[in-house]
Design a protein around this ligand. Structure first.
Ligand code: C2E
Ligand code: CA
Ligand code: CA
Length: 403
């Protein structure tokens, strides 16, 4: 008789689950004793006993395999049920290397058990081993996933160590007069074999593995130093840097950035930090706190890809944001799509009334630039002006640029 939803009681001698059936929950023993049996050679053999506080029946939940033993109440027992979806969602949410390895460990465990059973059934150890290897090959998918991820992580770590990461720079112009206002730093991985790898192919990996933290510190330092070199040609130029949501998980971001500013002696009012709406919403209180400390260092905060996320003006006043970067998807379609055009127009007006500046991203044509000018958008960035380029080319671009 169960007292609540998760608590369940069995009388002595009752079968709780049977080997071979699908498992829909695990159990924790609250009172009494449970015997676990397995069928070997057609005979039921006692494997182990579970007492108060022990967890059992959990294996079937992890990889959807059938129950590998039969559980019987050795006395009157009270158990706590742990439903399958509790465990499944947690495994799904966990790191994919962890979940792949968990499945491998379980498979190995079952194979060992099967091998022992076969030896017990009179097969030679050699025969049993042969069969085990067969099995090992057939459930290698988890290993493959884990191996691939570990290899990729190792390659990225090595690339960072070997200075194969580099920053490209894309100019940002003042729309009113066409002069250069700043540039955005965009990371690339220059692999000796594969060539140039775009950020979309490795930023996610860097974020999942935490490598984004040291990589970003390097990016910020590199961009601050580059800003000094660009300022020799364009004294007022700003450099903008992308920050990842992972960096906002720790307050140490502020100290790390402050230390880089000290070391590079950069004019901090010329360092723009780009964050996304996802970052703002991940932990609004902590992020607002960090942003106000970054503002106190005299930096400028830009909200990237605006319009693609929560797109709500209602929260903007809660954060010290100076610049809205209108996502390129609106700018691309603006000339052919009335709604996009109205969104861009509205964002420009609203930003201005909130005292923010606007950067229109993804400007690919002259007409878009003219249209943005009529909307009084402050800045423009896109292939029409120039694609992102290595520092050497960017210096050349600054030297020869005429508005
Ligand atoms: P983002 O911050 O929105 O960067 C703008 C992206 O749009 C860049 O792609 C840029 O090359 C591209 N772009 C600029 N103008 C145009 C245009 O006119 N047309 C088109 N089709 N594309 C244009 P990229 O360099 O591949 O970067 C992609 C994303 O990767 C960035 O999007 C950003 O989210 C991330 N990323 C890049 N560098 C860094 C970095 O240093 N740190 C972090 N955390 N993320 C970065
Ligand atoms: Ca950006
Ligand atoms: Ca963007």
């Amino acid at each position: 008789m169960s007292k609540d939803k998760f608590q369940i009681s069995f009388n002595e001698g009752t079968t709780i689950f049977i080997e071979g059936e699908a498992g829909e929950c695990a159990y924790i023993v609250q009172e009494g004793t449970v015997d676990l049996y397995a069928l070997l050679n057609g005979q039921s053999v006692s494997l182990t006993q579970f007492n108060k506080g022990d967890l059992f029946g959990e294996m079937a939940l992890i990889d959807n395999q059938l129950r590998s033993g039969t559980a019987v109440a050795a006395s009157d027992v009270t158990l706590l049920r742990v439903p399958k979806n509790y465990i499944e969602t947690r495994i799904d949410k966990s790191d994919d290397i962890v979940s792949a390895l968990l499945k491998v460990v379980l498979n190995r465990f079952r194979e060992m058990r099967d091998r022992l059973a076969k030896v017990a059934m009179g097969k030679s150890l050699y025969q049993a081993n042969e069969e085990l290897q067969q099995l090992d090959r057939s459930n290698g998918d988890g290993v493959k996933v884990a191996t691939y991820r570990i290899e990729q992580e190792d390659k990225l770590r090595q690339a960072f160590h070997d200075n194969h990461l580099e920053l490209y720079y894309q100019p940002i112009i003042s729309i009113a007069d066409g002069s250069i206002a700043g540039c955005e730093s965009l990371i690339r991985w220059r692999d000796p074999e594969k060539g140039l790898i775009p950020p979309i192919d490795f930023i996610g990996l860097a974020e999942d593995t935490g490598l984004i933290i040291p990589i970003s510190e390097w990016i910020i330092e590199e961009a601050c130093n580059a800003r000094g070199r660009f300022a020799a040609i364009y004294p007022d130029i700003y450099v903008s840097v992308n920050l990842s949501p992972r960096q906002f998980e720790s307050m140490s971001l502020v100290d790390n950035i402050a230390a880089i500013f000290d070391k590079t002696k950069v004019d901090t009012s010329k360092v723009y930090l780009e964050i996304t709406e996802t970052t703002l919403m991940s932990d609004p209180v902590q992020v607002a706190n960090i942003l106000s400390k970054l503002k106190a260092l005299n930096t400028v905060i830009a909200l990237d890809d605006f319009g693609t996320g929560y797109s709500s003006f209602s929260y903007l006043h809660r954060f010290p944001i100076d610049i809205l970067k209108i996502d390129q998807s609106f700018v691309f379609t603006m000339m052919n799509n009335f709604k996009s055009k109205e969104i861009v127009r509205t964002l420009c007006t609203l930003a201005s009334s909130l005292g923010m500046k606007v950067v229109a991203e993804g400007v690919e044509q002259q007409e878009e630039l003219s249209q943005l000018n009529t909307f009084k958008a402050d800045y423009g960035q896109g292939y029409y002006i120039a694609k992102p380029m290595p520092e050497k080319d960017f210096v050349e671009f600054l030297t020869t640029y005429q508005n």
